[in-house]
Design a protein. Sequence first.
Length: 352
Amino acid sequence: MTKLWSPTTVGRMTLSHRLAMAPMTRSRALPDGTPHELSAAYYAQRASLGLLISEGTQPSDDGQGYLTTPGSYTDAHVAGWQQVTDRVHGAGGYLYIQLMHVGRVSHPDNTPHHRQPVAPSAIAPGAQMFTATGMQDMPVPRALSTEEVRGTVADFRKAAAAAIRAGADGVEIHGANGYIVQQFLAENANQRADEYGGSIANRARFAIEVATAVAAEIGADRTGFRISPGGKSNGIDEGQSGADVYRYLVPELAKLNLAYLHVMHLGNDELLREIRALWPTALLVNRAGRPRQDVAVDIDAGLADVAPLGAFALANPDLVERLKTGAPLNKPDQSTFYGGDSHGYTDYPTLA
Ligand SMILES: Cc1cc2nc3c(=O)[nH]c(=O)nc-3n(C[C@H](O)[C@H](O)[C@H](O)COP(=O)(O)O)c2cc1C
């Protein structure tokens, strides 16, 4: 008998089952980063997933990398998110806003101020990204001063406060996929000589300070944290001793008693078992591309408490019902993942 349909507690929330919606950038905010009615409808359609983790949301102008992603730092952003949280709550769901500062994974054409991207060190990701004029190289970023690193921690704190003002149930700090937090963690992106670079403890300092500041601002029980150990997205290479960074970071984060840790699992099973053994609260595990018959495997093996799903949730507003009843799933249409209108966003059919 699977535990997938049994209730569990995550932070302040009681979830009626173990599925959740993984964070997914959809690039449909207004040009100033304000989410609007269409996004409210999209999230509300998926409320039966229980915990919805939003698309990556920038905490500042510097934190933006992709076109028309939402923000959480102006009054307009708060009013926009308020529509989303109202609709999700009305439909019986919870919404955590994922705070994503992209660091060097950006291009001046995509940001409000058109400035050079900022990062731990002046090292380009060595990859291209989509801009309004097509694919372009991501430029060499400017290294943040020590003072600016502290300012960036403060930006996360303020963005978390704004998310709560907008009615969010909490925030997830995006420490995965090669964005600023993982840039600090990874030696190949972080060559700093101050207290934020060098040793593992120094490279993990930024992540810990962000989590500490956000938890102090909105409550540890409304703060989640996402990691992707071994991930190579956006030019990250954690090297041979990469797992040791997490063997240091995760116990440090564990001291904060956060609502949850969200592991985007890329295959280091031994590390996942270690994390499970030492993490004190809810553990969310997302395995990319897992087939539907395996969604409960980690939960039933006692390795995870909740299984967030990405692409399945994107394409199936009634995913919970479909998985429960064994109904067929809609296929996600990659051509409508990012940007555009309601097509490929709010028009995936339900069974009814
Ligand atoms: C369209 C799309 C956008 C994504 N955007 C984000 C994001 O903003 N933040 C994040 O942490 N992960 C993001 N991801 C990764 C997903 O959260 C998830 O880890 C990934 O899709 C693998 O899980 P799945 O096989 O269930 O889709 C995105 C994935 C997709 C498909």
